[in-house]
Design a protein around this ligand. Structure first.
Ligand code: SF4
Length: 192
């Protein structure tokens, strides 16, 4: 029984990969990515520390697989500045600012002040048209959130893959905003 559970945990990377493909198939599946935001925070707040990172994160497993098993990583040490607190907290601040801007854009569509934009924004800069699926079955703001959230997930995946290639397989985990947040929560709980 314990063996089966262990095996299941080892294949979380398939969920991460499936998520990215589902977003291509239908952007509304992007909402599922909220689980990757909420579950690590809930586990951490409940006292589980970095259990999500160490055991359940499909993205971490995927980067490890690509870097180690497929030999796509140069296996170099990550530069010291990427490991520094100022960079990790600075990136977290930037990432969350972008997240809240995405939420504000969703609100603008919800309130009717803005039109739905069927684009994916890569690296917060490049806009790719993403309009091959009819999203009219849901409210415009629901679709807008999906476009915004999928943009964040694709962007962070690209950063993770580039960092994996340049440095060690899981180097993205050094400055991943979810990792930084769960670490901050764990530290706060440990101190209290
Ligand atoms: S640091 Fe981020 S990518 Fe790495 S295991 Fe944790 S949540 Fe996953």
């Amino acid at each position: 029984m314990k063996k089966n559970k262990r095996k299941f945990k080892d294949y979380m990377w398939i969920l991460s990969l499936t998520y990215l493909f589902l977003g291509i198939f239908n952007i509304l599946f992007a909402w599922l990515g909220l689980l990757c935001f909420l579950i690590p925070l809930i586990i951490s707040i409940a006292g589980g520390g970095k259990t999500y990172c160490n055991t359940y994160c499909g993205r971490g497993q995927l980067l490890n697989l690509m870097g180690s098993k497929l030999n796509l990583s140069r296996n170099k040490n990550i530069p010291v500045f990427l490991r520094s607190k100022w960079f990790r907290y600075g990136f977290l601040t930037f990432f969350m600012s972008m997240f809240f801007i995405m939420l504000f854009n969703t609100y603008l569509v919800f309130s009717g002040a803005s039109e739905l934009k069927e684009v994916i924004q890569i690296l917060w800069s490049f806009k790719l048209p993403w309009n091959w699926v009819n999203t009219s079955m849901v409210s415009s703001w629901v679709a807008q959130f999906a476009f915004g959230f999928y943009s964040i997930m694709v962007t962070s995946t690209i950063l993770g893959v580039v960092t994996m290639i340049l440095y060690k397989p899981r180097s993205w985990c050094v400055y991943c905003p979810m990792g930084t947040m769960t670490q901050l929560i764990s530290q706060a709980k440990y101190k209290s």
